[in-house]
Design a protein around this ligand. Structure first.
Ligand SMILES: NC(=O)c1ccc[n+]([C@@H]2O[C@H](COP(=O)([O-])OP(=O)(O)OC[C@H]3O[C@@H](n4cnc5c(N)ncnc54)[C@H](OP(=O)(O)O)[C@@H]3O)[C@@H](O)[C@H]2O)c1
Length: 265
C-alpha cells in the first residue's frame, strides 16, 4: 500500500524505486506480499507483476477485493457477486497469475448478504482461481458466520502494540489455527513518532537492545502469537531492511511485559 500515491491513490512518485523495493524484499527473503486491487487502484498489483514476474518459487502474493476507491482515502465497500468475480479475474490478469494463493474479502459489505460475497469467492476457488480465502476487519461472530459458508484461512485486522482492539479476534484465530495478519502493524508509522505515548519506552528499550523502535514493535507482534503474520508497509529500502531484520530479534518476557504495560490495555 505504501508503494502507490498518498491515500492509496495514484502512481508512486518514483515507480522505478517502488519496483526496486519489491525486488529487494524478495532478495531479503520475504515470501509473502500483501496487496489489494484498491491500492492505486490497480497500480500496486501492476507494479508487483512488473517487478517480480516470473515469480520466484514460494512467493505468495495475497490480494484483496471488495473495496472500491474514488479518491485519496475515499472508499466504498461492494460485495456483490458479479463485482467480486470481476475483481478476482482482473487481479489474476494484472498479477499475471493463474491462481491467487490467498484472496481476502477486503470488507464485508453491509448491503450484500455474506452468502453472496463469499459464495462468489467459493465459485472462484472451485474453478481453481483462488487457493485460500481470507477475511478482513471482522469479529469472531463474523468469522464464525463466514466459516459456515467457506473454509477460512486467514483474518486481516488492524492490530499493533498501540491498538489492541482486536485482541479477542486474535485469540479466536489462534485457537482455530487461522493466520492473523495485523494491518497497520506500526500504527501507520504513528507508533514510531517521538510524540507517540509509547515513544519514550520504545526508545529506551531500543537503546538497550541496539535495535530500533520499528524492530521492537514488529518483534513484539511476532512473539505475541503463533498465528501472527505482520505485513509492515514501507516505501524505503533502508526501512525494509530494518523491518526484515526484526524477525531475528527475540524479546525477553520482561521486555514484552514492559512494552505492554506502557501500551496499556
Ligand atoms: N486490510 C485492510 O483494510 C488494510 C488497511 C490498511 C493497510 N493494510 C495492509 O497493511 C500494510 C501495512 O500498513 P501501513 O503501511 O499503512 O502501516 P504500517 O506498516 O503500520 O506503517 C507504515 C508506515 O511506517 C513507516 N515505516 C515503516 N517502517 C519503518 C521504519 N523501519 N522506520 C521508520 N518508519 C517506518 C512507513 O514510512 P516509510 O515509507 O517512510 O518507510 C509508513 O509511513 C499495507 O501495506 C497493507 O498491505 C490493510
Amino acid at each position: 500500500m505504501r508503494l502507490v500515491g498518498d491515500g492509496a491513490w495514484g502512481e508512486p512518485a518514483d515507480p522505478a524505486e517502488a519496483r526496486r523495493i519489491l525486488r529487494q524484499a524478495v532478495d531479503l527473503g520475504v515470501t509473502l506480499i500483501d496487496t489489494a486491487d484498491a491500492y492505486g487502484p490497480e497500480i500496486a498489483e501492476r507494479l508487483i507483476a512488473e517487478a517480480l514476474y516470473p515469480y520466484p518459487p514460494g512467493l505468495v502474493i495475497a490480494t484483496k477485493g471488495g473495496i472500491t476507491r474514488q479518491g485519496p482515502a475515499k472508499t466504498e465497500y461492494v460485495g456483490r457477486a458479479g463485482y467480486l468475480i470481476q475483481c478476482v479475474e482482473m487481479s489474476l490478469r494484472r498479477l499475471r497469475l493463474e491462481r491467487i494463493e490467498l484472496y481476502q474479502l477486503h470488507r464485508i459489505d453491509p448491503r450484500t448478504p455474506l452468502e453472496e460475497s463469499l459464495g462468489a469467492l467459493m465459485r472462484m476457488r472451485e474453478q481453481g482461481k483462488i487457493r485460500h480465502i481470507g477475511l478482513s476487519e471482522v469479529t469472531p461472530a463474523e468469522i464464525e458466520e463466514a466459516a459456515r459458508i467457506v473454509p477460512v484461512a486467514t483474518v486481516q485486522n488492524r492490530y499493533s502494540l498501540a491498538d489492541r482492539r482486536h485482541e479477542q479476534t486474535l485469540q479466536y484465530c489462534e485457537e482455530r489455527g487461522f493466520g492473523f495478519l495485523p494491518w497497520y502493524p506500526m500504527a501507520a508509522g504513528k507508533l514510531l513518532k517521538p510524540d507517540h505515548p509509547l515513544a519514550a519506552t520504545l526508545a529506551n528499550l531500543a537503546a538497550r537492545r541496539s535495535a530500533t523502535p520499528a524492530q521492537l514493535s514488529l518483534a513484539w507482534l511476532l512473539q505475541r502469537s503463533p498465528a501472527m503474520l505482520p505485513i509492515p508497509g514501507t516505501s524505503k529500502g533502508s526501512h525494509l531492511e530494518e523491518n526484515v531484520a526484526a524477525a531475528g530479534l527475540r524479546l525477553g518476557l520482561d521486555e514484552a511485559a514492559e512494552l505492554e504495560a506502557a501500551a496499556g490495555p
